[in-house]
Design a protein around this ligand. Structure first.
Ligand code: FAD
Length: 421
């Protein structure tokens, strides 16, 4: 074909291609900017209001509680009165009806201020089990009281001493007997049980048989612990390396009204799973808050502390670990934001929520380690709060789900590798 003919044929195609390319670029740009605007907002007003509240509970408040293994009742009361713990409860039930990203901002800010939301964070995600799967009667009975603060739903009883991470093997039984269930068994690490009125309890209602999936036949009951204590329910505190108000709980022929079954009998595992994304994202936000607090403290100390006649922060051996911890915190924060964005688009961000939790827990753990190293001997002294945060951040490598289990999830469900357990 002569070059002139070829040019004539190609030329319109080329022009068409250029036009199509420009249109596609414009669409791509539009989608990109649209996606950017879909990122959860920063909630600056909420953050500054929460930060102001937290100023009333400085380091010496948390240190005293830590020393005494005491529950931060004043802090939890202040958060409740200000309505922050009801942020995610829909307006119909007396809450603020805010999205999960607002809850994440509240919890991050508490940790960013050096505090700890572990004493009350569960109310934000355990409430979701009741909200999503409870009957209208259950919701209107409990949610308004939780929203106004006259009822506390802080306890979540899933883990057992013999089953651990293998939830399907749990042994606590609930047997229907007329108009109530009779519950027998034991839970461990049931945090805040002594400071909660209600507990979301996962128990086996159908005996496990060989041909049955072990996650079937489990049910969720809402236990009113005010009536139950001393009537079949015993709570024993467990002292841990950080102040977490955790307990073991014993059930001995505890009667729970059949009307307190949440959703359908036997489907409880699904209900618990459905709340896990929110739980992982909220805990990840706390870890980001911890990492930010630790990095701020570390930077200030590195600038102020003078050894060999100059600030220790002038040495790259001090700067680089802090800079790396900062970079890792920012990367984890982006994953938290991505998980929130997908969650709020009603997608199922299982992978993103798990990755957010793992990366944020790693970031806070790294920031705590770098802080102790930078503070030198003072990192071990109670009055700097660094050793307290070092202990507190360590928890999130194990609970509410351990790093290994997240890696197993990613290996199997994202990468398609064989199930390892
Ligand atoms: C302070 C605290 C508060 C808690 N609060 C609550 C609460 O309120 N409610 C509640 O129900 N639970 C709570 N937990 C329990 C927590 O969720 C569990 O501790 C956690 O899920 C790990 O379970 P486990 O301790 O039984 O460890 P195990 O299951 O015994 O595991 C021990 C170790 O082995 C690893 N492992 C186990 N199986 C595998 C595998 N297949 N592959 C690779 N590694 C594996 C785990 O990752 C872990 O590191 C809390 C725990 C703590 C410490």
């Amino acid at each position: 074909m002569p070059p002139s003919v070829f040019f004539k044929l190609v030329s319109p195609c080329y022009r068409l291609h250029a036009v199509v390319w420009r249109v596609l670029s414009a669409i791509h740009y539009y989608l990109q900017t649209t996606n950017m605007s879909e990122h959860p907002e920063n909630y600056d007003d909420i953050r500054s209001a929460v930060a102001r509240l937290c100023e009333r509970f400085p380091g010496d408040y948390w240190r005293r509680l830590d020393r005494e293994s005491a529950y931060p009742s004043e802090f939890v009361d202040a958060l409740t009165e200000a309505g922050w713990l009801a942020a995610l409860i829909p307006e119909t039930y007396g809450g603020a009806g805010l999205p999960l990203s607002a809850g994440a901002a509240i919890l991050e800010e508490i940790h960013r201020s050096g505090g700890n939301a572990g004493a009350c964070h569960a109310q934000m995600y355990t409430m979701g089990t009741l909200l999503r799967h409870g009957s209208e009667q259950q919701k209107s009975r409990y949610l308004p009281a939780i929203a106004e603060g006259s009822l506390r739903l802080q306890a979540f009883g899933v883990t057992e001493p013999s089953s651990g991470t293998d939830t399907g093997s749990l042994k606590t039984k609930a047997v229907l007997d007329g108009d109530h269930y009779l519950v027998n068994g034991q839970k461990i690490w049931t945090s805040r049980a002594e400071h909660s009125d209600l507990m979301i309890l996962l128990a086996r209602t159908t005996p496990l048989t060989k041909d049955m999936k072990k996650t079937h036949g489990l049910s969720v009951l809402l236990v009113d612990m005010r009536e139950a204590q001393g009537n079949g329910l015993t709570i024993r505190p467990i002292r841990t390396m950080m102040n977490h108000a955790t307990t073991e709980v014993f059930f001995d022929n505890l009667k729970v009204p059949a009307s307190n079954l949440i959703g359908v009998e036997g489907d409880g595992f699904k209900y618990i799973l459905s709340g896990m994304n929110a739980e992982r994202i909220l805990i990840a936000s706390e870890c980001i808050g911890d990492a930010k607090w630790l990095i701020d403290k570390t930077v200030s100390y590195a600038k102020d502390r003078h050894v060999f006649g100059r600030a220790i922060g002038e040495n790259q051996g001090i700067q680089f670990p802090i800079a790396r911890a900062y970079a890792n915190m920012r990367a984890a924060e982006l994953m938290v934001q991505d998980a929130l964005r997908l969650y709020e688009q009603n997608q199922n961000p299982g992978a993103e929520a798990n990755m957010a939790k793992m990366l944020a827990a790693d970031a806070s753990n790294e920031a705590a380690n770098v802080a102790v190293q930078t503070f030198g001997g003072f990192g071990f002294a109670e009055e700097y709060d660094i050793e307290r945060k070092f202990r507190e951040t360590r928890l999130y490598q194990v609970a509410p789900i351990s790093t290994n289990l997240i890696l197993s999830y990613l290996s199997e469900h994202v990468l398609g590798l064989p199930r390892s357990y």
